[in-house]
Every structure is written in C-alpha cells, then in structure tokens.
Design a protein around this ligand. Structure first.
Ligand code: ADP
Length: 599
C-alpha cells in the first residue's frame, strides 16, 4: 500500500496521459493527502473531547442536586459547557467532511493512474505471456484487485487511521480518568489479541482462495461469452452455466468459511467486550459510592471505554480489508514489475525502397515459450525473394502459422535468425516492421468500433482496392458502422475485405495471408479473390494456402512437415515429382488443411 501511494508522487510516465491541468500534480496531491490526514486528526480529537465535557456537565447537575452550588451558577456553567460542546462538534463535522472528500479524491486519482499504468504495462508484455496467462486473470488484476486497493485506500485506511487516533486518545483519557478502572478494562485484551490473530490468519487464507476461484470463474465467463456462437451451435448453454456455477461454487465455499470465521470472531469479541463493560460499571459504581470517583467521571470513563472498544473493533474489521488489499496490491505490483521477456526492438528501418521485401529464415529453431519441450521449427531455412509469392502448404500442425507468427516477431526463435532485407527482426523498429508487414488472417479479428476505426486513415482508397468500398457505402452509417465484437455483424467475406483494406493501408512491402478455409459464398469468394490479387501485385506475399488456385499462382510452394521444409518448388514441378505435395493435392489441399483453421 505504501507503494500504492508512491503512485501519487511518481508523475513522470503518466504525464502523457494527463489531461493538462495536473502538470505539477505530484506536490499538489501530496498536499491533499497531508490536509486529509490533518482533517482526520482534528475530527478524531473533536470526537474524544466530547465525553470529558459531557462528564463535567453531569457533575454540574449532580452538584446542583446535592445543593453544593446555586441554580444561577449551575446554569451559567451548563451553558458554557454546552457552547464548548457545540463548537467542538461543529469543527469535528467540518473536519470529517473534508477528510472524507480528500481521501476519496486521492483514491480515485490513484486508481485512475494505477489502471492506466497497469493496462499500458500489460499490453507491452510479449505474446508468449498472453499464451500463458489467462485473460480472465488479467481482467481480475485490472478491475477486481485495483478495486480492492481503492477501497482500502479510501474507506479502510481512513477508518484505520481514525480508529487508531480515537482509540489511543480514548485510552490516554481513560487512564487519566481512572487508572484502576483502565487496568480492569484492559484485562480482556489478551483474549482479544489471540482471537484476532487466529481470525486474520484464517481470513488471509480464505481471501486468497476466494480470489483465485473468482479469477477462474471470470475466465469461464469470458470464454463462454466470447465464443457464444460455438456455445450456441453445440447447445452448450446448460453445460457452460454449470461450468461457471462450478467455479462460482468454489468462491461461495471459501466465502462461507470466511463468513463463519468472522461470525465466531465478532461474536466472541462482543461477548468479551460487553463482559468487560459490565465489570467496569459494577466496580466503578462502587467507587462512586465510596466517593473515590465522581458520577461524571464514571460516565466519561464508560464512554471512553466504549469508544476504545468500538474503534478497536472497527480496526479489526478494517484490517481484514487491508489484508485483502495488501494481497491485491502484491499481485498488481508483481505484474507492474514484470519485464517483457523479449528483447526490445531496435531502430532500423530497412525496407523503405520499392525493391524491399525479402524474407530469410536462417536455420531457425523455435519452441513456443508456453510449451518449451515441443520443438516446432527444427532448423528451418527459407528465402522469400522480394515480390515473390511464397505458398506454405502441409498438414495441420506442421508449423505454417508459426512461420507467419515469427515473421511478425510475435516470438523470437531460440536459435538461428530471421531477417527482412538483411536486417535481423529484433533490430527493426517496432512500428516500422508492422507498417511493412501486414497480415490478413483467415478469421480476421476486428475491434468493436466503427469500420473507420478498423481501417483508419487513407481509408477510401484502401477500401476500394479491397473491394470493400461498395458494401461499406451501402450501410446507413457508412464507414462509421459499428461492426460488433470481433466483427460479428459483418459476413465472412465482408470481414475479409475490411481486413484486406486494413492490411494494405500502410502500403506494406510484405503481405502475410492466412487463407480462409471456411467456404465463402461464390460471389464473396470472387470479390475477396479479386481484392487479394490486386493487393498482392508488386508485394512479397507469404500465404498459408488451402486452395489449389492459390498454389498454382505461387512462385514457390514449400511443404512444411513437423517444422521443416520437406519439398520446395513450383506447383507443376512438385506435382511432377509425385512426392508429399502430390499426395496433398490428391487429397485436395483444402481438406488436408482443414483443421488448421483452428490453430
Ligand atoms: P500449422 O499452421 O501448420 O497448422 P502451427 O504453426 O499452428 O501449425 O502449429 C505448429 C505446432 O505448434 C503445433 O504442434 C501447435 O500445437 C503448436 N502451437 C501453435 N501455437 C502455439 C502456441 N501459442 N503455444 C504453444 N504451442 C503452439
């Protein structure tokens, strides 16, 4: 949590997302926290000041009743005390308001920055990280854990501070009023401490289990909603609900355990607390009768004891929230401290000229970081000359998509090198690489924004080249039409053409195509095909081919099996050879590759 607040100070990297007025935010927010704490102390002091005055008020009444003072004097003193009480309460009220406002504002600010920092940090992690960590888990870090931290930062911290201040002052005033009674009251302390220790240990365990289970539930929900069509087409609604219910059941189980523990804890504490108040009342009353204590003093003492009791109780309740928040912040900062395990990109921009666009794999060895024991590429070497159309074919799982992934530097090979125009991929500037290498995948993923957003600038020309212009114009909102999550509101062919337009927008030298295996209707198919032919012209093209028509137009066809090239040549050469390729063709490329649509 202390780290949490350092976010208030560390302004540098969030400055570019700041909205201007908070340029010198660091010192301003430090001042805010200081004022908030000051208001908290003033408010708490006001609270502890009142019982003493109330006790004095009672003693004035009792003295008058015992005829030790005259009515006029008593009334004058009463008024005096009453004004003092009103004054103190007013100051306390204002201070409490200021404290609540400032603390909440700080927490909002911390959360705003923390979430932005966290998101921008997560999105920079290497692709292998996302293979391993489930999205539900990351979503939980981003929303649930930061929410826990925020509630700790506002409610819990301010309750904890206020309760400690009130309890400590209350304790001092208790001792000042009656040391004997105070000692008696504190006799119950060891019991409370032991029960608190047990409770917080249990609570910490239950909370951790609950959060793990709830991350699992979130992942299930995300998976099911994200692939609703698959769920529907297999009629797996009930099964999905049961799967989610199972995960939630775990959350409930640990939640119930936690509820039972807090029942025991608070019940036990309440019994001990009440018992000690009753003892003090009995003993204190005897002292008043013996004349060792005034009735007013006993009243003040009892109120202080109650103060101390309730505030220590509140502290205990809040500490369990703080424990949760410490766990949450540990997870959040673990993530914030994680460095992407991929060498950062260099600054080279090798493929500027129209002649650029050569791809070379030089003895590349690669295994996915999430499955290091499975060697996917085993010393693959290949050269795709500029302007060439290079078709990758082969049975599913051979490594075709892996090659395409590596050209985009989603991963780096463990051994060997991949070069574009003679420059090693890691040396090439990140944005430049992706402006020069574009992909149209078989199931293009669009963002749930407008078509305009999905293609961005230079749109119309790209859309025309991609045969997408007409259908886009036909929508009432044209380029601003929202396409739905993952482009659900567009047909397969339309998605393809939007993706093609998006891919050629930066005028890349290299086009990576993952050919659709699912059948488009004849007209869509023709439009997509025509668009592709148009955009392929003059570019280096690497295509994961599933159609005979594609391989026939490729200048080189490479058959990939278990991460190595087993045959290479033109379509007719390979056919004549009568090897693996001929077998593939006989089985019809598309059906042989059919499963690869899922990888
Ligand atoms: P193809 O495109 O030829 O069907 P892939 O390149 O998709 O083949 O897959 C090659 C191998 O790599 C397969 O064994 C597949 O299971 C594995 N693989 C693919 N993607 C990943 C990934 N993200 N993490 C781990 N293994 C993967």
């Amino acid at each position: 949590l202390s780290k949490d607040y350092t976010l208030l100070r560390d302004d540098q990297d969030a400055d570019d997302i700041e909205i201007g007025q908070q340029r010198n935010g660091a010192s301003a927010w430090r001042l805010v926290l200081f004022l908030g704490t000051l208001a908290l102390v003033v408010g708490s002091l006001a609270t502890v000041a009142v019982p003493k005055l109330a006790g004095e008020l009672i003693d004035v009444c009792i003295n008058y009743a015992k005829e030790e003072s005259s009515g006029d004097v008593a009334k004058r003193v009463l008024n005096q005390k009453l004004f003092q009480i009103i004054g103190i309460l007013a100051v306390g009220g204002v201070a409490t308001g200021i404290r609540s406002w400032l603390f909440n504002a700080s927490a909002e600010k911390v959360m705003w920055r923390l979430r932005n920092n966290l998101f921008s940090h997560i999105i920079l992690q290497e692709v292998g990280f996302f293979d391993r960590v489930r999205t539900g888990e990351l979503m939980n870090r981003l929303s649930e854990d930061t929410r826990l931290m925020k509630s700790a930062g506002t409610i819990s911290i301010s309750i904890a501070l206020r309760s400690s201040v009130v309890a400590s002052f209350g304790l001092v005033l208790m001792f000042m009023t009656s040391p004997l009674l105070s000692a008696l009251t504190l006799a119950c302390l060891p019991f409370l401490l032991v029960s608190f220790r047990i409770f917080s240990k249990l609570n910490m365990k239950y909370t951790a289990e609950m959060l793990t289970a709830s991350a699992q539930a979130a992942t299930v929900a995300e998976e099911c909603f994200g692939s609703i069509r698959t769920v529907r087409s297999f009629a797996k609604e009930t099964a999905s609900t049961e799967r989610y219910g199972g995960a939630q059941g775990q959350v409930l189980q640990w939640g119930l355990k936690s509820a039972r523990a807090s029942g025991f804890f608070f019940g036990f504490n309440s019994i001990i607390g009440t018992g000690s108040i009753v003892t003090v009342l009995w003993f204190g009353a005897r002292q008043v009768v013996d004349g060792k204590l005034s009735a007013g003093q006993l009243s003040s003492f009892v109120i202080y004891a109650l103060y101390v009791g309730t505030n220590v109780g509140a502290l205990a309740g809040v500490i369990s929230n703080l424990i949760q928040a410490v766990g949450a912040s540990r997870r959040v900062f673990e993530l914030l401290d994680r460095h992407a395990r991929q060498k950062p990109s260099g600054n080279e921009k090798p493929m500027g000229s129209p002649e650029g666009g050569e791809i070379v794999f030089d003895n590349a060895w690669f295994a996915y970081p999430s499955r290091p024991d499975v060697q996917v590429l085993k010393g693959l070497s290949l050269r795709v000359q500029r302007g060439q159309k290079f078709a990758l074919v082969g049975a599913s799982g051979g490594g075709k998509s892996t090659i395409v992934n590596l050209i985009q530097r989603f991963y780096d090979p463990q051994r060997g090198a991949i070069m574009l125009d003679g420059v090693h991929l890691p040396e090439i500037q990140h944005e430049w690489l992706h402006s020069q290498v574009s992909i149209v995948s078989q199931e293009p993923i669009l963002f749930a924004e407008s078509i305009l957003y999905n293609i961005t600038f230079g749109v119309e020309e790209a859309a025309k080249l991609a045969n997408a212009f007409e259908f886009i114009q036909a929508f009432p909102q044209g380029f601003h039409t929202k396409v739905g999550e993952r482009g659900i509101r567009l047909s397969g062919g339309q998605k393809q053409r939007v993706a093609i337009a998006r891919a050629i927008l930066t005028k890349p030298r290299i086009l990576l195509l993952d050919e659709a295996t699912s059948a488009l209707d004849a007209e869509s198919e023709a439009l997509v095909q025509e668009a592709l032919e148009r955009v392929e012209a003059g570019r280096t093209v690497v295509v994961i081919a599933h159609r005979l028509s594609t391989v026939k137009t490729a200048s080189t066809v490479a058959v990939i099996e278990s991460g190595v090239i087993v045959e290479r040549g033109t379509h007719s050469e390979l056919l004549a050879k009568g090897g693996a390729y001929a077998v593939l063709v006989r089985r019809q490329l598309s059906s042989a590759n059919h499963e690869s649509s899922s990888s």
